[in-house]
Design a protein. Sequence first.
Length: 324
Amino acid sequence: MKAMQLKEYGGPEVLKMVELERPVPTGHQVLIEIHAIGANYADTARREGQYVVPTPLPFVPGAEVAGVIIGVGEAVKNVNPGTRVATLIESGGYAQYVLADSRGLILLPEQLDFEFAVALPLQGLSAYHSLKTMGRLDEGESVLIHAAAGGVGTLAVQLAKLFGAGKVIATASSVEKLSLAKEMGADVLVNYTEDGWEEKVLEATGGKGVNVALEMVGGDVFYKTLKCLAAFGRLVIYGVASGEQSRFYPSSLMARNQSVIGFFLPQIMKNPKLIQSSLEEMLNYLSEGQLKLTIGGVYPLDQAADVHRLLQSRKTKGKLILKP
């Protein structure tokens, strides 16, 4: 089978198309013929050797796939070949075929395109649990969502409104991206490339600050987001897209009872019941037309390096998808 593999850490150019042996499922594994692959910032961090957990070499990135089961291990009882599924895996998704645990599959309705199906699991779950599980968003509270035109951002804006947020403040880097955030339901739009954007956020909350903030840029954006946090506010960190790690004094949180919370989806994935219930809730929103998925582009697998460049340019909108 064909796969995009890296044998050294570095820029997008280290991703190379290779021929690998097609894996064989055993035990609880299924073999999936991949029809759509989600491209994510986590993949770029893996490529650079900067991910939260070590990345062994050689490595095939890709944690989010959708496709059709073509083989099952001897212990698999819940699905059969021919079943349409989406799933999250540790790695190996940038390929034509991949093994996955049958106990972590999301069964897809026939009417749901693979491209839309793969846009939901990783980024949908990240948006959902950043807001609800880690951010503990309560009805009527205000939310600040950075990179609101991205894959996680567009979903987070919509979910925040569905969860009953009183005011959703969206930031992005251009008029076009802010326009998309408004389409998703954002109440206040702020361009975070302009000086003093944090003052606009405070102004939008009457000087009180936001109750929940989702931050994935790092560096200066992290520090300014802290200034936007209300008393008892929760700042959820789910990425470091800029590559700039932030340092701060934890004691600075004490005066206003604030929290800085880390979010890492693989830890959430260890709770199957939590994952299943949240996915079902989002699929219901999707089928009822309450949740819209924004596809930023669909590219052949051999253009994975170009897709990584697009991701890291911060010029993309919505979900970027690869197809074998």
